[in-house]
Design a protein around this ligand. Structure first.
Ligand SMILES: Nc1ncnc2c1ncn2[C@@H]1O[C@H](COP(=O)(O)OP(=O)(O)OP(=O)(O)O)[C@@H](O)[C@H]1O
Ligand SMILES: [Mg+2]
Length: 499
């Protein structure tokens, strides 16, 4: 059978279109089949947890918690993990990298996989578009969907949050002067650095019974969430640390922060312009933190006006200049001040109940100068006196600085410490032996004895003068009336001091 050329061409084009049509039908059928198979036969479901969600600038909390959870999980169970050094810290960060890890929750298997999004322009977002972002895919059997969606994810969130708190690099914040935070670009009211202070309760020299009481109190506070809510009080606690310079008040704050693993907000009250600014600063602090106001007596006086370091004449001059400005309407009077009532409000007003788990610490060298309203119980729950160095405190310092528990010179030192007021800071100075790991402790103990004897000699004439003055004032023919509070052998403690 002979076909002419034209019929052949027509037949082949028909055949091509039939084959093409069949191919399209086949592809569609394949897709349909694969969808149906996937839908009915693939027994697994997946959830995706994005690092950044929507247009938000902050990382997704569930992602952060999952990362911490997986890091802990990896370091305990997975055979291969990615490990890197944390920013601003000596801690190692473990992550799953691009690998898949398996978790087991109540006998249910869950597979986690970490992946990377390609950087892509996102004009609506405030984040840097060149940044790579990650996401986790967790895969599980369909029949466990409810469990994963409910209790498993809650478990990951709770555990992850706790691990984040445990592993985080703690921070030391300080309030920015008003001029900096009002600018549009630096709206933050606090700046921070990584907090590394080696002071701990172990290195702190003080009466061991008092120390234990403080530790117990802190433990009760840390575990007291339910208790505080039951009694209807905000979950916060106030401590007043008082004592002469160099007795360890700042060291105590660091020891508390290290013990509780809290951040520190060091509030410089003299740069705060008004009560409302103080309130804003408070609102911007986070939970699990210690808010510190050092030398409270130098920051605010009893009438609520802030003090400067100026002389009386300078202050008078300033006051009259301010008075003139005020009269001409250049200064709005009380709006520009932090007042005592503003501070009291900061401590226990309505706003102070925002947030939770905060410790407030005031320090002072002059507890007697403080307004009783400021330090009454309930505002400052505990008054802790940091005092001159007694023998027990010396033993702690000798152990820290010289690595010794006892020495034949301890007897002499103990006797001298009963007679002389010396701060732990001065004792520490005598015991410092940087770089001499094999140094003979005797050298440093003798150095301390010399400085104690010198102090004793210099205090002697003063003591005689004091006695003479008392005898003169009392006019009782040479009968000495002992003032056990100021001069007695009570280690320089103030009368009526608590704790
Ligand atoms: N109780 C103490 N235990 C251990 N070290 C102490 C103690 N007191 C002081 N020191 C040592 O002296 C240094 C100064 O102490 P610290 O700054 O804690 O004193 P402070 O009471 O805060 O003084 P100030 O009132 O001047 O602020 C500390 O760095 C520490 O080395
Ligand atoms: Mg201090």
């Amino acid at each position: 059978m002979n076909m002419d050329h034209e019929s052949l061409m027509a037949f082949s084009s028909k055949l091509t279109s039939i084959v093409g049509g069949l191919a399209i039908i086949w592809t569609m059928f394949g897709q349909f089949i694969s969808y149906e198979l996937d839908h009915h036969l693939n027994p697994y479901d997946s959830f995706i947890i994005e690092e950044y969600a929507g247009e938000r600038m902050n990382r997704h909390e569930l992602y952060i918690a999952s990362k911490a959870y997986l890091s802990d999980h990896c370091s305990r169970r997975a055979s291969t993990c990615r490990i890197e050094l944390g920013k601003d810290s000596d801690r190692f960060l473990v992550s799953i990298g691009e690998r898949e890890v398996t978790d087991d929750f109540n006998g249910v298997k869950i597979w986690w996989h970490s992946s990377l999004h390609e950087p892509r322009p996102n004009p609506g977002s405030n984040r840097n578009v060149d940044e790579e972002t990650r996401y986790y895919t967790l895969t599980f059997h369909k029949r466990h969907r409810q469990l994963v969606e409910g209790s498993y994810l809650r478990h990951v969130l709770k555990k992850g949050r706790a691990i984040t708190v445990r592993n985080r690099q703690r921070r030391l914040f300080t309030n920015n002067p008003d001029a900096r935070w009002t600018s549009y670009f630096t709206k933050t009211m606090w700046s921070h650095v990584a907090f590394h202070h080696p002071s701990t309760f172990e290195t702190l020299a003080m009466d061991p019974v008092k120390k234990q009481e403080i530790i117990n109190d802190l433990n009760e506070f840390r575990n007291g969430k339910e208790y505080y809510s039951r009694i209807g009080k905000a979950w916060k606690r106030g401590y007043l640390l008082y004592g002469p310079p160099g007795t360890g008040k700042s060291s105590m704050i660091s020891a508390i922060a290290n013990f509780l693993e809290y951040d520190i907000y060091d509030l410089e009250l003299t740069t705060v312009k008004s009560n409302s600014e103080l309130r804003k600063l408070f609102i911007e602090t986070t939970g699990k933190s210690i808010i510190v106001i050092e030398d409270i007596d130098c920051s605010l006086d009893l009438t609520g006006k802030r003090k400067g370091s100026k002389s009386k004449e300078e202050e008078d001059k300033d006051n009259s200049a301010e008075e003139k400005k005020r009269k001409s309407g250049l200064i709005e009077e009380e709006k520009e001040k932090v007042t005592l009532s503003g501070l009291l409000n900061f401590i226990d007003g309505l706003w102070s109940a925002c947030g939770e788990e905060r410790i407030l610490i005031f320090t002072t060298n002059h507890v007697e100068k403080l307004d009783p309203a400021l330090i009454r119980t309930g505002r400052m729950d505990k008054h802790i006196e940091m005092s001159y160095c007694d023998f027990e405190s010396f033993r702690v310092l000798a152990k820290n600085y010289l690595g010794i528990q006892s020495h034949d010179l301890y007897g002499t030192i103990s006797k001298l410490l009963e007679e002389v007021k010396i701060t732990p800071s001065d004792v520490a100075e005598s015991l410092m032996c940087v770089g001499f790991s094999n140094a003979d402790p005797r050298v440093y103990l003798e150095k301390l004895i010399k400085s104690l004897e010198k102090k004793k000699e210099s205090e002697e004439p003063q003591k005689k003068d004091d006695i003479a003055e008392e005898v003169h004032e009392n006019g009782n023919n040479g009968v000495k009336i002992a003032n056990t509070c100021e001069n007695g052998n009570n280690g320089g403690k103030w009368c009526g001091a608590k704790w």
